[in-house]
Design a protein around this ligand. Sequence first.
Ligand code: LTN
Length: 327
Amino acid sequence: MKRIFSGVQPSGRIHLGNYITMKNFVNHQDDKDCFYCIVDLHAITVDQDPEELRKKSIELAALYIAIGLDPKKVTLFIQSQVSAHAELAWILQCNSYMGELNRMTQFKEKSSKKESVTNGLFGYPILMAADILLYNTDYVPVGSDQKQHLELTRDIAIRFNNKYGKTFTVPEPLIRKKGARVMSLSNPENKMSKSDSEKFSSITVLDTSKEIKKKIMRAQTDSDMIIRYDEVNKKGISNLLTIYSLFSNYSIEELEKKYEGIGYGQFKKDLVEVVINELEPVKDKYNEIINSGEINEILKEGAIRANKISKEILNDVKNKVGFITEF
Ligand code: LTN
């Protein structure tokens, strides 16, 4: 079976865009050996409140299970509970160059807005490479913003293999199609974002039904009253059509037909129902897993498996670079 690895940051609340990504992860679990990692080591590259971070890590894990991840099929674990990640990251740092990290556009973006930048933020892509390479990963499902990091991972793997002999599997990215991009409800020029401070811009998975309704009914549209997909001139409606389609069995074309001659008000009301119907059972399951303490057991099992597998590759690497691994 081919292996998949992906990491998710335990930051902010999980919005509809994240939800779609997470569901995508769930879809792989039947035909691939999946490793899903909550990357708390990555999270501390920027300032975090310790209690909040702990809480978010557990919440995200529980949400994955609530969305449908089956802990019997998938290895779900928290990055900091598998020390091989930090260890391999150090070794890879010593085999990577300032120049290649300096070219990372995400670093440029993230660091330009800050008055102080940690060394960890600079080295972020190397830790990501370590995550992936520790598991002989074949495929890495990521958004297009992570493409450059994946290329760096491949470069690092190839370079290491050339220097020390075949060690790492060189992973392939599985870049998500652009069509699935969910935009902000209040400003559909921008992606729906965890960090957007505008209250009505994003719907989160744990929002109450009342909040969901309010946000969708207030979502920005236009004044020509035609429900048609047009990403250039009708960004708001196009985004709502995207969401509707992602949350139902209708394609965008089918929705355009279904809503011919029907007003935005009715369309939005229907969308409210579609979104609430999808998220209601997720919320119930989420509360159940959190309250029963089941999530702790799942994460413990996940860490045991991840430790076992990553240790083999880490040991191989340690041997190759000249560390003493046995007495
Ligand atoms: N940088 C990624 C999160 C991430 C990741 C990974 C994704 C950390 N390690 C390994 C894929 C594989 C992000 O911000 N989306």
